[in-house]
Design a protein around this ligand. Structure first.
Ligand code: HEM
Length: 409
């Protein structure tokens, strides 16, 4: 049986600007050479939905890169470096279960349902401020929304948002692994640390409101999580929920600029808006991820040895023509029911997925009511593909509607 390194694979330039701008032709070329694998500078890339589904669930044979990132970045002994090797996403076994268990209840579908009025109120407030402009970069608008909901979820005043938004951007980009940025990354991380430290100090230990922050502080007081784990979890909450949800909303707006009728209906009919978000979760999403093989295994006649780096392009796996008819068409009524891979598979499957989906559903329904007939008004620019992928600039112009059209649902 051939080992993965014996295969003749297409080499795709996954970390280049060209790739980030237009990745799909590279995936098509790779599949014409080998059905489900491509090579790249950062690891072997799984180019099929099915292979991602099967392999990403092998939690006992895979691990997230941690120490390897520190080596690349020379980040040993830094706060950001500790975060890279200690946070929930890189932990496993009992530690992972303990960390996840300390916050998971707050992210279940039931808890998220209760947050929908807050989401509507938040997006309406931002639209009051932004819709009268008639034109803006949609990425600036989207940067305001999910993070404000997270602030509210943690019972924190939104006036503090400007103090950390830049540092959240820096943190998101830190996983592009640009060594020269390490001093900026560490300084940003230290500011995020001081910020969450301040939240914990101010809240105190009385657990008055029973919100997410109180739940986490209670877990700390009970000895379930340490002081450092509490701060790292809080940073993870802000960081994991900021760049990703924001980028999903931006990618959705990009899709809908090409589908004005779908956009219009998403504003009129909330159930249809939900289908639109579901279709976007197939069409293009923000998070790619990687794993290192810790136990060798075999898949479809290929040996995958220990130490192999695997790349899971979750962002575009929904465009696999073996799974979806007309994969490049945007059709909220499409018949296929294969679940999205946007939130991963296996033990680390996204903790915030219900929150993220609800945010974008509520967001697009109200945005489509207030930002009418949006048109592209400039160049679209893209992030690098590995890590959190998405759009960095989406200038639009539109017809503004002042005030919500419909009574709250
Ligand atoms: C559209 C928005 C989002 C996307 C596409 C997304 C995607 C992902 C993916 C792919 C993973 C798994 C990564 C891996 O296994 O390597 C993940 C994990 C995680 N996500 Fe999200 N995420 C989103 C929003 C959120 C939000 C809003 C939060 C919470 C505030 C959140 C918190 C987390 C956490 C804590 C983990 C780690 C879970 C664990 O290790 O058990 N995410 N996310």
């Amino acid at each position: 049986m051939p080992s993965i390194s014996d295969l003749q694979l297409e080499h795709i330039p996954i970390a280049t600007a060209e790739f980030g701008h237009d990745p799909l032709p590279y995936f098509a070329a790779a599949r014409s050479r080998h059905d489900w694998l491509a090579a790249s500078d950062i690891g072997y890339v799984l180019t099929r939905y099915r292979a991602i589904d099967d392999i990403m669930r092998l939690d006992d044979k895979l691990k997230m890169p941690g120490e390897e990132i520190l080596d690349i970045m020379g980040a040993h002994g830094t706060g950001w470096g500790d975060f890279c090797v200690e946070q929930m996403l890189v932990s496993s076994g009992e530690r992972h279960a303990r960390l996840r268990g300390s916050v998971s209840k707050a992210f279940g579908p039931g808890s998220v349902k209760g947050l929908r009025p807050l989401m509507r109120e938040t997006v309406s407030g931002i639209l009051d401020e932004w819709a009268p402009k008639g034109a803006f970069d949609f990425t600036d608008f989207a940067a305001q929304f999910p993070v404000r909901v997270m602030f509210a979820l943690l019972g924190t005043s939104v006036e503090r948002l400007p103090a950390i938004i830049k540092d959240l951007e820096i943190h998101g980009e830190s996983f592009n692994l640009e060594v020269e940025n390490m001093p900026v990354i560490e300084a940003g991380y230290q500011r995020l640390w001081s910020f969450v430290d301040g939240l914990v100090e101010e809240r105190g230990r009385d657990g008055g409101s029973g919100d997410l922050l109180d739940t986490m502080i209670a877990a700390n007081s009970a000895g379930t999580i340490t002081d450092k784990e509490l701060r790292q979890l809080l940073i993870l909450m802000f960081a994991a929920g900021y760049d990703t949800t924001k980028n999903l909303l931006i990618l959705l707006m990009r899709s809908l600029l090409d589908n004005p009728e779908v956009y219009r209906r998403a504003g009129e009919d909330f159930d249809y808006a939900k289908k639109v978000v579901k279709e976007q979760l197939r069409f293009a999403t923000p998070s790619n991820t990687m794993r290192i093989v810790t136990e060798p295994f075999e898949y479809l006649g290929v040996e995958i040895p220990r130490g192999t780096m695997l790349v899971f392009p979750l962002t575009l796996s929904g465009r696999d023509p073996a799974m979806f008819g007309n994969p490049d068409g945007f059709d909220p009524e499409r018949p296929e029911k294969h679940p999205t891979q946007a939130f991963g598979r296996g033990m680390h499957i996204c903790l915030g997925q219900f929150l993220a989906v609800a945010n974008v559903e509520e967001g697009i329904h109200l945005i489509a009511q207030r930002i009418r007939n949006p048109r592209l008004a400039g160049d679209v620019t893209w992030k690098p593909f590995p890590g959190v992928w998405g759009i960095t600039s989406l200038p639009i112009e539109f017809d503004a509607v002042l005030g919500d059209l419909k009574a709250p649902r």
